[in-house]
Design a protein around this ligand. Structure first.
Ligand code: GDP
Ligand code: IMO
Ligand code: MG
Length: 420
């Protein structure tokens, strides 16, 4: 059986932390989509680690970690990541497996990403500039390069063909660049990756499942960034929802068991796109400061706002969430009122389903407001000991979405976790 952890908002819900907490219950952790646009933070023993491509089970030496076929890999960032993990005393050569079918991000993909964003000007997506969209475009356009190609004699030729295509695009964007600056590090990283287990991960993972091993699939980004159901075009270029697990790892839907859906006790978003409950005032700034809302990958300040139930319910529906996890609950201490958005008012009508024109409609959030609490939650370990006002807020969310909270996270550390 395979369980899934994924984000129900616009990413950065705390997936890395939760996967790390759940890993001891699993034999395998596998990433199924996204790439180094992700930044998953883990904290234990007083140290913080940020992973971009490597699954968040890597710090458990006996856990198999798989980068699945649905992931896009930048050899340069992956090499740096592996070296950082090694510096902390873990050797991923033992427990990291890479799908031969995962697509490669090459230096010109990153350049095309930058050129495309610059060309869009004020309409830019706010991409992480990691080359994600151009790489998935080549995958869907059937002209991509895959990890398995690095082991073949035709690799250099395939690379040159891709680069020639990308150069045409870059010229069309009138983009100035110096490819020679990036290529030595790229080819060095490609050589470096050859010492890892490059495998047919769909056979590997299905064999493990057949042996009764427990697999945890780790999502990146969040449901509202899904290429089909997110706030298109302000989304990423992969299926971030549970459905992405089947295509991103090669497992059948009947194998999927639990779906852990993670949401922050409020909302954040990096990059452009709609965000109905966004706060542009001092309260939003307070959320950003208390939640330390700055991107793990890019360092960009995250946009902040109150919890949004219409999008949360939509995400729970799309993913078939069985277990709900609320993170960053501690961040809400010290606010006089904690509002939660129940519905939107659009041109005089109360709306609870996400409308097609979500990006442009004049949406006014309709709130229920809860009395705040001032207690510090970070030291609490039992649900009963949480402040009554916080529990009233949580209970309201549970009633509205029709699911109980399985886990409440009250700090970034592994230990700061309340399991019910
Ligand atoms: P991910 O992309 O979903 O893995 O999330 P990120 O790592 O990008 O962002 C989550 C941030 O919040 C990281 O800095 C985590 O260390 C931190 N974090 C996770 N859970 C909690 C929590 O319950 N409370 C607080 N205060 N921080 C948390
Ligand atoms: P994790 O896994 C938050 C956002 C970008 C941008 C849009 C498209 O850490 O939750 P892309 O580089 O994918 O083409 O950017 O998606 N984005 C994320 N936002 N967390 C992430 O990952 C994200 N990955 C991409 O900011 O708006
Ligand atoms: Mg992140």
């Amino acid at each position: 059986m395979i369980d899934v952890v994924l984000g129900l908002q616009w990413g950065d819900e705390g997936k890395g932390k939760i996967v790390d907490v759940l890993t001891p219950q699993y034999d395998v952790v596998a990433r199924f989509q996204g790439g180094p646009n992700a930044g998953h933070s883990l904290e234990f023993g007083g140290q913080k680690h940020v992973l971009n491509t490597i699954p968040s089970g890597i710090f458990h030496q006996h856990t198999i970690n798989i980068i699945g076929n649905g992931v896009v890999i930048d050899p340069v960032t992956l090499k740096k990541e592996i070296e950082k993990v090694m510096a902390s005393g873990v050797d991923p050569r033992h427990n990291l497996y890479i799908s031969e079918k995962a697509h490669l991000i090459i230096p010109t993909h990153r350049l095309v990403d930058a050129a495309s964003e610059a060309h869009k000007g004020e309409h830019k997506i706010g991409s992480t500039l990691r080359g994600i969209s151009p790489t998935y475009q080549d995958k869907i356009g059937r002209s991509g390069l895959r990890i398995g190609d690095i082991l073949t004699p035709q690799f250099k030729q395939k690379y040159e063909t891709a680069v020639a295509n990308h150069k045409q695009l870059l010229d069309r964007f009138n983009f100035t660049y110096n490819l020679a600056e990036h290529e030595p590090a790229f080819f060095e990283a490609v050589e470096f990756l050859k010492q890892f287990k490059i495998i047919s991960s769909e056979y590997f993972i299905n064999n493990l499942i057949a042996q009764g091993k427990k697999v945890l699939a780790e999502g990146a980004q969040g449901t509202l960034l899904d290429i089909d159901f997110g706030t298109y075009p302000f989304v990423t270029s992969s299926n971030t929802i549970t459905g992405g697990v089947c295509s991103g790892l090669g497992v059948a839907p009947q194998k999927i068991n639990k779906v852990y859906g993670i949401f922050k006790a409020y909302c954040t978003r990096v990059g452009s796109g709609p965000f109905p409950t966004e706060l542009h005032d001092a309260v939003g700034e307070q959320l950003r400061q208390q939640g330390f809302e700055f991107g793990a990958t890019t360092g960009r300040p995250r946009r902040t706002g109150w919890l949004d139930l219409p999008t949360l319910k939509y995400a729970i529906m799309l993913n078939g969430v069985t277990d709900l996890i609320c993170t960053k609950s501690d961040v809400l201490s010290g606010f006089e009122q904690v509002p939660v958005c129940d519905a939107y008012q659009i041109e005089g009508t109360r709306v609870t389903d996400i409308p097609y024109n979500f990006n442009d409609a004049p949406i006014q959030p309709l709130y229920s407001s809860f009395k705040g609490w001032s207690e510090d939650l970070t030291g609490i370990r039992k649900y009963e000991d949480l402040p009554e006002n916080f529990k009233a807020y949580m209970q309201y969310v549970e009633e509205q979405v029709g699911l109980k909270m399985s886990v409440i996270s009250i700090g970034p550390d592994r230990e700061q976790t309340i399991v019910r």
